[in-house]
Design a protein around this ligand. Structure first.
Ligand SMILES: Cc1cc2nc3c(=O)[nH]c(=O)nc-3n(C[C@H](O)[C@H](O)[C@H](O)COP(=O)(O)OP(=O)(O)OC[C@H]3O[C@@H](n4cnc5c(N)ncnc54)[C@H](O)[C@@H]3O)c2cc1C
Ligand code: SF4
Length: 315
């Protein structure tokens, strides 16, 4: 990661850039759209091609994924060992986006809220003092209204990584959880908590669990090329009798950050995932929902999406 160290050592840069003077670009699939929409022309520091930025390494202690590893590589290289993550990666965006987008950029992409992306509007996330979506249109907003910003976090991979208790490393810090990285939404101006001069360098997964199965499902308003209305992921390990010995379940598209459903996981662990357990777990996934006037439909979708993902993982 020596190249990354050089990139972020601003006092050594011949062009005189300092922290906050420039933005990082990985695959550029989020950044370029924002720059085009807003007309902003910041200095761009391109991370692609930096030695060690991309690649997947396996060791006894776990699997390390370089932040510049493409989403497509996750679908191809992790399908056997980490099926829930690979299926989530395969389900997002389009083949063209997956071929370019990186795991780091996916975690650090900005909100898709149409007010935030509008070139002539401000809101809590970009210098304003109110959230126009809350009193305006928020059809794609949260169903768990727990923070001042009411648009859900966009990262599907963050949701899947939650179920693995993955950690991330930056040029300045090590061992951050996904929660540490994304925060809890209490600061509505942030989609993640990295500093201006901090580069995400890698994601670390625990060792794979032998025989683990995974499933991913999204409710979406068209076949692809859109963020999900609601999405869910599940990973389970079972013993020879079919009893679940460990599991992870998370949902996305419904809250300021993806939600890991620990109460649902507790219901599933020790069960054989029969119809009654699936129905009860899907219903429990909606506990604590607090939809906005236009997002009540998402509560029903949470139950249906979790039910679908559980049925998929047992089949
Ligand atoms: C049609 C379409 C549908 C999509 N659907 C989904 C979906 O369903 N789910 C989903 O999760 N995503 C979806 N996406 C978003 C897509 O996954 C992201 O745009 C992509 O993952 C961003 O990765 P990138 O490498 O291109 O990031 P970039 O655009 O290069 O960067 C994104 C942001 O992260 C910062 N950044 C990137 N890498 C680093 C780093 N290593 N360290 C510090 N800062 C960094 C950049 O400065 C920028 O602010 C969709 C995109 C499109 C176009
Ligand atoms: S929902 Fe969030 S991003 Fe959208 S207008 Fe409100 S504060 Fe801004």
């Amino acid at each position: 990661m020596s190249g990354l160290t050089i990139l972020t050592a601003y006092d050594e840069r011949p062009d005189g850039l300092g922290p906050g003077d420039a933005v990082y670009r990985a695959g550029g699939t989020d950044l370029q759209e924002r720059l085009r929409t807003t007309g902003a022309t910041p200095h761009v520091l391109d991370l692609t091609g930096v030695p060690g930025f991309a690649g997947i390494e396996r060791a006894g202690t776990g699997t390390t994924i370089g932040a510049g590893t493409t989403v497509e590589a996750l679908t191809r290289e992790l399908a056997a060992d980490y099926p829930a993550l690979a299926l989530t990666a395969a389900g997002l965006a389009t083949p063209q986006v997956r071929a370019t987008a990186t795991i780091g950029g996916n975690l650090l992409q900005r909100t898709r809220c149409w007010y935030f992306r509008h070139p002539h509007l401000t809101c809590l996330k970009c210098g304003g003092d109110s959230c126009p979506a809350r009193d305006g249109r928020h059809l794609y907003g949260v169903a768990f209204d727990t923070a001042p910003c009411v648009h859900p976090h966009p990262s599907s991979l963050a949701m899947a990584l939650l179920t693995y208790a993955a950690t991330v490393t930056t040029t300045q810090r090590d061992g951050l959880t996904i929660g540490d990285l994304l925060g809890d939404g209490s600061d509505p101006s942030r989609d993640h908590l990295l500093g201006d001069d901090e580069v995400l360098t890698r994601v670390t997964l625990p060792p794979p669990v032998a025989g683990e199965q995974g499933a991913y499902y999204r409710a979406i308003s068209r076949f692809e090329a859109e963020w999900p209305l609601v999405e869910a992921v599940c990973r389970v390990a079972r013993d020879d009798a079919g009893t679940i010995t460990s599991c992870g379940v998370a949902i996305g598209g419904v809250a300021p950050t993806p939600l890991r459903l620990k109460a649902v996981e507790a219901m599933l662990t020790g069960s054989t995932l029969d119809d009654d357990v699936v129905a009860a777990a899907a219903s429990a996934a909606t506990a604590g929902a607090s939809p906005l006037p236009e997002t009540g439909y998402k509560v029903d979708l949470v139950e249906a999406t979790v039910r679908e993902v559980l049925e998929r993982v047992r089949s």
